[in-house]
Design a protein around this ligand. Sequence first.
Ligand code: ASP
Length: 331
Amino acid sequence: MKRRKFLKRSGALTTGLATVPLAAMPLSSQSLPNSLPSGDDPVRPIVICTWDFGNATAKAWEVLANDGNALDAVEQGVMIEEADEDNQTVGMGGRPDRDGRVSLDACIMDAKGNCGAVLAMENIVHPISVARAVMERTPHVMLAGKGAERFGYELGFKKTDLLTKKSKKEWVEWQKTAQYKPVINIENHDTIGMLAIDATGDISGACTTSGMAYKMAGRVGDSPIIGAGLFVDNEVGAATATGVGEEVVRTVGSFLIVELMRQGKSPQEACEEGVRRILKKNDDKADFQIGFIAINKKGDTGSYCIHPGFSYRSYTKEGHRNTPSDSYIKV
Ligand code: ASP
């Protein structure tokens, strides 16, 4: 039955708006709990990202400050880190899986709720752009492995060996013990997740990573999974994650945070609850790191993590900052 017909039959539309439950109202007439208090100017444009990736936010800001849209800003922002071979957690130069292959995960989401992702893709420096093309040029949301790579070549991306000398040397060293032990805040997991609101108020997000260092071949974490590593709802806000992806997937972390904001929580409160849900599933023991950042429609931001050491970058008209995140465990 069509939604409108159902509402009519149940009498919801004839009872007058005041008595219609919020959930039954057409979206356009819902007044969201976190809608802007009148007279309170929203902060826009604004871009934030996980960790201290200041070059990336600077690039995104350049796009936003020139009246660019949020989608272009987040794509071009995270591309800076994908191309930086000194960054061993994203794109070119990323640490490989235990077989010595660099495999990349990325996703992107726009203000209309369109999204695209690539999973475990090798040999292409800019997975975020392939993810965007999945969103814009295919009937699909995700492409994985060889299929994603082939699509990338069809788009004109060139085949590139992503394993740098430095990452190869470390991997050879790692093989002596071959122990899979993600170290908290030590650079073996540092995804860039970026969220932006442009001058028109539209929100977009992007997330890109080489995943956990020395993962099993074919392993995919939270970063390219819409709802886990990234989620955008243009009416409410957006969230993105970094850290041990398996734990974020178990709680669909970014979607959860956006939904908590929809229910009235601030970005900060929502990130804190997101971390608490993960801890609950781990009997409050957490020898791993998770960091969330979030932004609401008004441009308020928040972040929370398990262990001290996580931070997030922001760029607004007020300036460019790296903000240390509050953590569940205090030093
Ligand atoms: N979340 C990423 C993953 O699990 C790792 C990271 O944040 O660095 O693949």
